[in-house]
Design a protein around this ligand. Structure first.
Ligand code: KIV
Length: 301
């Protein structure tokens, strides 16, 4: 085990997160969309893994999160749930899966939990979502709120823009966060707000705040895993810190692999089954016959 790997311990719960905040221990949250990434990020010590509807942009290549469906979210949640052992798993409720009525929100959040295997759900919005949050929490569904820059309202906001810069807007973001916390949310994501405002909301809220583009004084931080791992070369917002350059490393690895294939350097004997015969011309058919010889070697190394 490498030194930076966090040993797996008991599953992080809503109560763990509350206790961390009361000890002034910051919460590390990250998105994941599949099992392998979930395992990697979980073993790296993520406290919370969000199956974000940002998958619409980074996995599906859409311009916004709006086209993501509930069935797609459930599919990705199930994959993440299979890969993670320790982190608390949050499933994002996609656009229009909770805005129409609290009843629909209940039904859809229930599916995300029961079929997707996540431990809580996240919904965007402020005071107008308070009733829905109350109903979900009353039904035993832990809810994470999300205020400030809410990507599902991108068209209403006129783009992905910092929210709460003017005093009256700051007041609105503050009262939205309070309304969601009062309705029973166990934590609130603050996205794209000035640091002073995030700091003030964090001081006034009875539940943990998780910031993204909200400065250093939140109770925790969240980043999109593709951003922090450097998989989104064209899309690096100011608030992102790139901890890796997976895109560049991936294209370089691909180029090396291509080179090896073209020069016949891959696969070598150690990567092949049976004895390697002399190279035959495609016309002789020897290679196909050799591959058809039955054997008992396991395929997995
Ligand atoms: O969908 C997402 O990834 C999110 C985070 C950016 C908070 O909502």
């Amino acid at each position: 085990m490498s030194s930076h790997k966090v040993p797996s311990t008991a599953r992080v719960t809503v109560q763990t997160l509350r206790a961390m905040t009361s000890r002034s221990e910051r919460i590390t949250m990250v998105t994941a969309y599949d099992s392998t990434f979930a395992r990697m990020l979980d073993e790296g010590g993520a406290d919370v893994i969000l199956v974000g509807d940002s998958l619409g942009m980074v996995v599906q290549g859409q311009d916004t999160t709006l086209p993501v469906t509930l069935d797609e979210m459930i599919y990705h949640c199930r994959a993440v749930a299979r890969g993670s052992k320790r982190a608390h798993l949050v499933g994002d409720m996609p656009f229009m899966s909770y805005q129409v009525s609290p009843e629909e929100a209940m039904r859809n959040a229930g599916r995300l939990m029961a079929e997707g295997g996540v431990h809580s759900v996240k919904i965007e919005g402020g005071a107008e979502m308070a009733d829905t949050v109350r109903r979900l929490v009353g039904a035993g569904i832990p809810v994470m709120g999300h205020v400030g820059l809410t990507p599902q309202s991108v068209h209403a906001m006129g783009g992905f823009k910092v929210q709460g810069k003017r005093e009256e807007d700051a007041q609105r973001v503050l009262s939205d966060a309070k309304a969601i916390a009062d309705a029973g949310a166990y934590a609130v994501v603050l996205e794209g707000v000035p640091s002073q405002l995030a700091s003030r909301i964090t001081a006034e809220l009875p539940v943990p705040t998780i910031g993204i583009g909200a400065g250093p004084h939140c109770d925790g931080q969240v980043l999109v895993c593709y951003d922090l791992l450097g998989l989104t070369p064209e899309r690096v917002p100011k608030f992102v810190r790139k901890y890796e350059s997976f895109f560049e490393r991936g294209t370089a690895a691909m180029a090396r692999y291509r080179e090896h294939v073209r020069e016949g350097a891959f696969p070598a004997a150690a990567e092949s089954f049976g004895k390697i015969p002399e190279r035959s011309t495609p016309a002789s058919g020897d290679a196909i016959q050799a591959a058809a010889v039955p054997g008992s070697e396991p395929v997995q190394g």
